[in-house]
Design a protein around this ligand. Sequence first.
Ligand SMILES: [Zn+2]
Ligand SMILES: [Zn+2]
Length: 200
Amino acid sequence: MHIHTTFSPCSRISIYEALVTALDLGLTGIAITDHDTMEGALKANQIASKYEIKVFTGCEVTAFEGHILAYGVSERLPINLYAQDVIERIHSLGGVAVAAHPFRNMENSLNNKIFELDLDGVEVFNHVPKRSVNKEARSAAIELGVAQIGGSDAHDSKYIGRVATLFKDEIPDEDSLIEAIIKKTCKPVVPRKSPRHRSR
Ligand SMILES: [Zn+2]
Ligand SMILES: [Zn+2]
């Protein structure tokens, strides 16, 4: 639910690498969420049909107060808007908004601002070294009564799949992904087969 490709300036994962690594791990789908661009996700979507994996279009939007993950939106969202404006824009385009790593640091995270926003989900499990920040995010999601998402926030392929989101029902398309997040029929998981156990 949170993978960066080389379409983000800070990631080393090519689209091909993201697909192959995820397939190798047995993941059934990935969401590509580059910083402020859907280009990588859209490109990955085009080639994903050749592979047995679904690619969902996402984006990690830089709002004035912090990072927000958008799913189900294929249009580029403006940056440096206030978080609530970004969320409204996402909703008007039919997508859902999830707070990314809300308590990770002061700069790129919404922190306590999330309690004032109309979010659809909170990333409660981000691959961060400090566990307490995930705990804080989980409590916030419970308090807000929104979906709990797990995302690796991978910038290097070895982190893909270290954290994932398990959906109760099958997710054949983007509409079902949006619906599942709204219905909260998902949970963060740490998949059993981690990248370091890979066969190749
Ligand atoms: Zn971020
Ligand atoms: Zn990220």
